[in-house]
Design a protein around this ligand. Structure first.
Ligand SMILES: Nc1ncnc2c1ncn2[C@@H]1O[C@H](COP(=O)(O)OP(=O)(O)O)[C@@H](O)[C@H]1O
Ligand SMILES: Cc1cn([C@H]2C[C@H](O)[C@@H](COP(=O)(O)OP(=O)(O)O)O2)c(=O)[nH]c1=O
Length: 208
């Protein structure tokens, strides 16, 4: 079986961290070799850039921020993702380029075609086989994050920012439905897990 590249994305508070366990359990159950990684991050350079990106004291403008994210992504692809896929390991990345279109494009307002230029330059056509898009209305995400006492630089942003972010995710999923599974993440955890398991099973041609 050709190794698959799967990404997990969605606005802050959509439930990515929580549902990573569901994905781990699914791969264990089916005894498939898998590497879990994340963006920004996944390499020493990427984690150092992540620190900068998420630090509320950092004042990168939207273009600087985008270049830092793609710098981290280039290293992540070359050092981690492509070698793992070449060795037959499936890769699950907690966030990938959809987040840049959604946050830097939708949220910060950078033109989406500018982001697509960097995407092409860095990825050279490599795209995820499947993107699990955890979708929740903003009010649900905000309610779920309300206990968070130390929000990072992005989590401090306002409702307007996240409305646009969510909309870009949904637009991208609508434009390429074969690549995306939109997961209704406002449901109870077991119902969210069932949708994720179903999408993974379909991608691999296995039982949920
Ligand atoms: N389906 C769900 N129902 C109720 N609460 C949830 C659900 N999914 C996640 N949560 C809670 O919402 C909060 C944010 O979830 P988290 O997984 O950290 O989101 P993200 O990583 O996408 O920011 C956590 O407190 C988590 O326990
Ligand atoms: C990958 C990526 C992340 N981000 C932002 C979204 C998140 O708010 C933040 C960190 O990601 P996240 O994985 O949500 O971290 P945590 O679960 O620890 O809060 O980085 C972008 O703005 N653009 C990107 O391309």
């Amino acid at each position: 079986m050709k190794a698959k590249f799967i990404t997990l994305d969605g606005i802050d508070g959509a439930g990515k961290s929580t549902n990573l366990d569901t994905i781990r359990t699914w791969f264990e159950k089916h005894q498939l070799p898998v590497l879990f990684t994340r963006e920004p991050g996944g390499t020493a350079i990427g984690e150092a850039l992540r620190e900068l990106l998420l630090n509320p004291a950092t004042r990168a403008n939207a273009r600087t921020e985008t270049l830092m994210i793609f710098a981290a992504r280039q290293q992540h692809l070359d050092e981690v993702i492509k070698p793992a896929l070449a060795q037959g390991m499936h890769v699950v990345s907690d966030r990938f380029t959809d987040a840049t279109f959604a946050y830097q494009g939708g949220g910060r307002g950078l033109p989406l075609p500018d982001i697509a230029i960097l995407e092409n330059w860095v990825q050279q056509g490599l795209q995820p086989d499947l993107t699990l898009l955890l979708d929740v209305p903003l009010a649900v995400a905000q309610q779920r994050l309300s206990h968070n006492t130390s929000p990072d630089r992005f989590e401090q942003l306002d409702t307007n920012f996240f409305e646009h972010t969510r909309q870009v995710y949904l637009d991208r999923a609508a434009a390429a439905p074969q690549r995306y599974a939109i997961i209704n993440s406002s449901l109870q955890l077991d119902a969210v897990a069932a949708q994720i398991n179903q999408s993974l099973a379909q991608q691999f041609g296995l039982n949920p």
